[in-house]
Ligand binder design. Structure first.
Ligand code: ATP
Length: 298
């Protein structure tokens, strides 16, 4: 056995600054264009090598399945089989990213386990080799392995890294409803009336470090389908905007909503308002991650 027997990895959640759906492919997947952004909010994933064979998953959430269906299990199992790894592995998921919420919590854990097993067993796989394996487990996994700000195309696996997005402070609120991505995509209607977000304009604004331009273009084509099932999404957006958010949007296929704030006191006030109206129970003040470096002016 190598020197390290245990490691801890942060699995960061993501939000989508923009999501457009171009259409449905013959294989049933949707062709998308999305702007992905990592946030500081993360799950803590602890991997430990064990003598006893087998992969064992545990978590702080009693409702989360810890069997073969857990993406952390699938990630470990894929590398154990491919590299005929010996002994066993225990993985503990300290979950903080809301589950089934549009923040890619499962994919983030999956990516963390791929990275962790790679390190613990000295497999020597580089990022693109990990991504090739990750995409077999989920369309968001290659992005989660990379993190930061990125344009995701295809089914989400064709990635172009972007400079860190401007803006910093975020309020994240998840209504007490779970929405499956499948439900949202089945209820998505694309027609001439569909308002498509300006993804190219947003990419340009991010490249220019233009926070106003980026926030003006926040848009998610999946929002209407989610609003039908979860009206709190609209109410949270309004509450955030009334309390000083510069912009607010649903992330992924929902129902989590995020808002950009300049002032932490306004973010706290918005959080309090969401809580007192019972619009959300899971509410976090967090930041874009990694933070954009401030340019020193001489
Ligand atoms: P996305 O943004 O990619 O649509 P999501 O935030 O909607 O993801 P997840 O939190 O990844 O959704 O969870 C979706 C489903 O995946 C849940 O119903 C859960 O049972 C299952 N799942 C499997 N493994 C995990 C995991 N490690 N963490 C969270 N959910 C998991």
């Amino acid at each position: 056995m190598g020197k390290d027997v245990q490691i801890q990895i942060r699995a960061h959640g993501k939000i989508n600054l923009g999501i457009d759906v171009l259409g449905k492919r013959e294989d049933g997947y949707h062709e998308v264009r999305m702007i992905m952004q990592t946030v500081r909010l993360h799950d803590r994933v602890t991997l430990k090598r064990e003598e006893t064979p087998g992969i064992r998953i545990s978590s702080n959430l009693s409702f989360l399945p810890c069997d073969e269906s857990n993406l952390a299990y699938k990630a470990a199992s894929l590398l154990f089989q491919e590299f005929s790894l010996e002994g066993g592995l225990s993985v503990h998921l300290e979950k903080r990213i809301p589950v089934a919420a549009g923040m890619a919590g499962g994919s983030a854990d999956c990516a963390a386990v791929l990275r962790g097993v790679n390190r613990l067993y000295h497999l020597g796989l580089n990022l693109s080799e990990l991504q090739k394996r990750g995409v077999r487990l989920g369309a968001d996994v290659p992005y989660c392995l990379m993190g930061g700000t990125a344009l995701a195309e295809g089914i989400g696996e064709k990635l172009t890294a972007l400079p860190p997005a401007p803006g910093r402070l975020l309020l994240i609120a998840k209504p007490p409803v779970s929405l499956s991505s499948r439900y949202i995509y089945t209820h998505l209607t694309l027609n001439e009336q569909t308002v498509h977000p300006d993804i190219d304009g947003m990419v340009e604004a991010i490249r220019q470090g233009d926070a106003g331009g980026m926030i003006r273009r926040l848009g998610n084509v999946l929002e209407d389908a989610a609003l039908g099932k979860c009206p709190q999404i609209g109410q949270i957006k309004r509450t955030m905007l009334e309390n000083g958010a510069r912009g607010a949007l649903m992330s992924g296929s929902g129902p989590t909503v995020f808002g950009f704030f300049d002032d932490i006191r306004q973010a706290r006030r918005a959080a309090k308002a969401c809580r007192s109206q019972k619009l959300a129970r899971q509410i976090y003040i967090t930041e874009l991650y990694p933070p954009r470096k401030t340019v020193e002016l001489s």
